[in-house]
Write a protein of this length. Structure first.
Lengths: 381, 123
């Protein structure tokens, strides 16, 4: 392929994908009489598709850059869904699923992925080639997912898209603003998936969650890179169009689709985003939604957020008692001290609140969070 | 998440090194090369380096636009950094599993420290 066409990267990708196809098709149809010719034919076809999608991606990006509107709909929708499912193969580790999805479906270069994930290009390359190897190995053993496995495979796809979004969103404070591109890419891919599977409530929920979260981006960081908590954000900076789209999506899916954790998280985000002022927040509704989320997708962050909501509804004393009860199950999660500090501050115990904020600052791995917690402690000094 | 595996050197580790045979020392060096290769193949390696002797270190300070480089407090230093691996893995458990493969961990011990990042929700 490289000899015939001269461009190594595209040919390599095309051959890899032809091998993937072979691993699956030959198992079903048997090995063809001329396996090498078959591979070259398939690889050549894939190479043209790859070049076309690279060109299409460039055109889309240029269009987006000019008009700042939605990218044009992609034609090979079924292809990209199959590819997305392959990239998010359960045999591949989550970091490698992320890298492979960004490369193969998102069309980012290895260098772009490396810059976005803050790891060396070589590491990205190795993750991708290892992921392809894993998929080949798994594909040689397993058939293409039958319909009854599709739900499980789609849940991995959603998780990977969510990971990509979070990589971009949570890390977009401070000097790493270029990582914002990852959130935009995650939204683009989820939008594409939603177009292909409009009846999947959880895909809709994920897209809504991303839009409703991303809408707050302009207000979440100060000019000097400090993190602004939700309660203190300048809400007029929020992206109204994104909020309206997110609210419309989640309202529609909650009416028609079976409920799931992404829809619940999107609903919570929608309640926050619809409050014109912090004090207008409908906390009883948020508390109820976290209660449901704890049933669908229990975890320390859900428990802690529910306790914060409980404090707004029933007061800090009730919430502190609940936190003490939950302490064991939270198993030393680094946010416990931050939440306790917040509740103690609400209760008026400034000295104890300050100690908890300082403890939380020592336990976090996040620089902006550390800065924020120290400033909260400083205000109580 | 990124983790730094720190290899410290001190009098005990230097004493221990003196007791090793040539073959053991060679295996030790090869162990590091092999581990670096294994980390790279697995897609977890960010960077790894061994550091030159601390007698070659310079301690640098900058005041009022002047740079002062001195030999530093080498004589008093009882422990120094001899090398490191910077890896990116999913969990502390995974970082510990990699650290256990460092030849120094098999002789004495190494330190595993999480690296701060820029992540953060507005909570």
């Amino acid at each position: 392929m490289v000899r015939r066409y001269g461009d190594f990267a595209t040919s390599e990708d095309a051959v890899q994908e032809a091998l993937l196809a072979a691993a699956q098709q030959w198992q079903v149809d048997g090995i063809p009489a001329q396996p090498k010719n078959w591979l070259i034919t398939v690889a050549a076809r894939r190479r043209i598709e790859l070049l076309r999608s690279e060109a299409a991606r460039r055109r889309r990006e240029e269009a987006v850059f000019r008009a700042s509107t939605e990218p044009a709909p992609v034609s090979e929708v079924d292809d990209s869904l199959t590819l997305l499912l392959l990239c998010c193969h359960p045999a591949v580790s989550p970091p490698a699923q992320v890298a492979l999805t960004l490369r193969a479906v998102g069309g980012l270069t290895t260098a772009e992925i490396a810059r976005a994930l803050l790891i060396p290009e070589k590491t990205v390359g190795q993750r991708i080639s290892r992921a392809k190897q894993r998929i080949r190995d798994a594909g040689a053993r397993f058939a293409v997912p039958p319909p009854d496995e599709l739900a499980e495979r789609l849940s991995v796809v959603r998780k990977v898209l969510d990971l990509i979004f979070n990589e971009g969103y949570t890390a977009s404070a401070g000097p790493h603003l270029h990582r914002v591109e990852l959130s935009a890419e995650a939204i683009r891919l989820t939008r594409q998936l939603h177009r292909q599977l409009p009846d999947d409530g959880e895909v809709t929920g994920l897209l809504a969650l991303m839009l409703l979260t991303d809408a707050r981006r302009p207000a979440r960081v100060t000019a000097d890179g400090a993190l602004v908590p939700l309660a203190e954000q300048e809400r007029s900076l929020w992206d109204r169009a994104a909020i309206e789209e997110g609210v419309a999506l989640i309202t529609g899916s909650l009416r028609t689709a079976p409920i799931g954790p992404y829809q619940l998280q999107a609903a919570i985000a929608a309640v926050h985003d619809e409050a014109a002022r912090t004090e207008d927040t409908d906390w009883p509704q948020i508390l109820q939604l976290y209660g449901m989320l704890e049933v669908f997708a229990p975890g320390p962050m859900v428990t802690l957020n529910r306790i914060v909501a409980l404090a707004e509804v029933d007061g800090p004393a009730v919430a502190l008692a609940r936190l003490a009860d939950a302490e064991r199950a939270l198993a030393g999660h680094h946010r416990v001290a931050a939440v306790r500090g917040h509740l103690l501050e609400m209760a008026g115990d400034r000295a104890a609140a300050r100690d908890e904020y300082l403890r939380a600052a020592r336990l976090t791995l996040s620089v902006p969070e550390q800065r924020y917690l120290k400033s909260r402690a400083g205000r109580l000094a | 998440m990124k983790y730094m595996i720190l290899i410290h050197s001190n009098q005990q580790s230097l004493d221990l090194w003196e007791t090793l045979t040539d073959q053991q020392r060679e295996d030790f060096g090869r162990g590091h090369l092999k581990l670096t290769e294994e980390m790279a193949q697995s897609g977890v390696l960010v960077v790894s380096e061994g550091l030159a002797d601390p007698s070659l270190a310079r301690w640098v300070s900058a005041r009022d636009g002047h740079t002062i480089a001195s030999d530093g407090p080498f004589a008093e230093v009882k422990e120094h950094l001899a090398g490191f691996y910077l890896i990116e893995v999913d969990s502390q458990e995974a970082a510990i599993a990699w650290a256990a493969k460092v030849p120094d961990a098999q002789l004495r011990e190494v330190e595993v420290r999480p690296v701060l990042d820029m992540s953060g929700w507005e909570f």
